[in-house]
Design a protein around this ligand. Structure first.
Ligand SMILES: Nc1ncnc2c1ncn2[C@@H]1O[C@H](COP(=O)(O)OP(=O)(O)OP(=O)(O)O)[C@@H](O)[C@H]1O
Ligand SMILES: [Mg+2]
Length: 389
């Protein structure tokens, strides 16, 4: 919440200091617009927000915050200090504890705001008991800061934990540059750039090459209009695009930014907890192809020529629509003995096998082919009444 406030204030640079996983102290300093003395006190009052001026602003909220709840809520369960100045020099320091302002005085500082939250939940023992250990709170902070760093690459960020510098990220001109600052240049080079516009939505980002999937720990970062979100629908749709290019069971690393026309979205962030909110898209996309009865597919143990054909295709007699080119020389009726060997040319990208064929080449996705072979073996064993090995 403090970092979002800094971003809403137009910060170009944000410094975050954490002590004991935040259990002891959280301090967020920014170089944003700052606040005058009155506003600094008002900021701690419930439902005081500078971000919504008219009811219409609630549709397609452009700022991260809009409720005027975060600071008062945090303040009610901590010792909180705001040091802020709208211009270099004359500023204000407000100290509060357990929701009550204790003192307000002048303080000289550069333009911007620093909010310090100490002893979170010190006056709420029941809630305090449910705080996780310093390590796991720290992990959650790292995760939250990382996802801000990936979405707001235009902002310089630093993060320290117990006095040790953990992240120093200069403003970056691209997602790849941010990735490089976070996890190294070699890591950043692993990914393919994607960029596509459909209707009112633009998707861009970096995605793992199929051949690399599963070789490094998996990361998923998705943002919608500059806001980090968790959305399983988006992740599943992206994974579906990899289908048959990667072995089943491994899942790709994805860094995706969505830009959606604001009016196409509901109110973002309403009721969202700290961290990455889910997005209320007006209509959740559907991923099951219509008309396929998944239960029937699972129950059906017959070996089928068309592995990729929908289950409704009669008695399995329809020729298999193969995922390859339409004229690929598939020989569903012939066994390996009578099949003419097609000359093997090369392997591409550790994923595709290239064969020569009459008047062209045939690309075979080796992972899909492997799955197909195993499938036929198991199904063969099952119909013969044997236990599949
Ligand atoms: N870092 C900051 N720089 C400048 N102004 C700030 C900063 N943090 C808070 N404020 C001011 O204090 C007000 C209250 O902040 P608070 O986070 O409680 O509410 P909000 O951001 O408006 O909405 P939400 O509760 O949804 O976050 C903000 O509207 C803003 O005017
Ligand atoms: Mg806020």
């Amino acid at each position: 919440e403090l970092v979002e406030n800094a971003l809403d204030a137009g910060a170009r640079s944000i410094d975050i200091e954490i002590e004991e996983g935040g259990r002891q102290r959280i301090r967020v300093g920014d170089d944003g617009v700052g606040m005058g003395r009155e506003d600094a006190v008002l900021a701690l009052a419930r439902h005081a927000t500078s971000k919504i001026r008219a009811a219409a602003d609630l549709v397609g909220v452009a700022s991260y915050g809009f409720r005027g709840e975060a600071l008062p809520a945090i303040c009610s369960v901590s010792q909180l200090e705001i040091e802020t100045a709208p211009v270099d020099g004359g500023g204000t320091r407000v100290r509060a504890a357990a929701g009550a302002v204790e003192d307000t005085r002048e303080a000289a500082r550069r333009r911007g705001t620093t909010v310090t939250v100490a002893h979170l939940f010190y006056n709420a023992p029941a809630r305090h008991k449910f705080m996780r250990g310093a390590r796991s709170e720290w992990r959650a902070i790292m995760e939250a800061v990382t996802s801000v760093a990936l979405t707001r690459r235009d902002v310089r960020l630093s993060l320290t934990h117990d006095g040790k510098e953990v992240l120093t990220l200069p403003a970056a001109s691209s997602l790849r540059a941010r990735l490089a600052a976070l996890w190294g240049g070699a890591y950043a080079e692993r990914f393919l750039a994607v960029d596509d516009v459909r209707g009112t939505t633009r998707v861009s980002g970096l995605v793992e090459r199929p051949a690399d999937v599963g070789t490094a720990s998996r990361r998923i970062y998705v943002s919608v209009n500059g806001r980090a979100v968790r959305d399983f629908g988006i992740v599943r749709a992206a994974e579906a695009a990899y289908q048959s290019t990667i072995p089943s069971g491994v899942r790709p690393t994805l860094f995706l930014d969505f830009e959606v026309a604001r009016r196409a979205l509901g109110t973002i962030g309403a009721g969202a907890a700290i961290g990455r909110p889910t997005i209320p898209f007006p209509a959740a996309p559907r991923y099951e192809p219509p008309g396929v009865d998944v239960e029937a597919l699972r129950a059906d143990r017959r070996p089928r020529e068309g592995l990729f054909a929908p289950s409704e295709a009669g008695e399995g007699t329809a020729p298999a629509p193969t995922p390859g080119p339409a004229d690929a020389p598939t020989r569903p009726e012939s066994g390996p003995e009578d099949a003419e060997p097609i000359p093997f040319l090369m392997q591409v990208n550790r994923t595709y096998l290239l064969f020569e064929s009459e008047g062209g080449v045939v690309l075979i996705d080796q992972h899909s082919a492997h799955e197909r072979i195993l499938y036929e073996k198991f199904m063969g064993a099952l119909t013969r009444g044997e236990a599949p090995g």
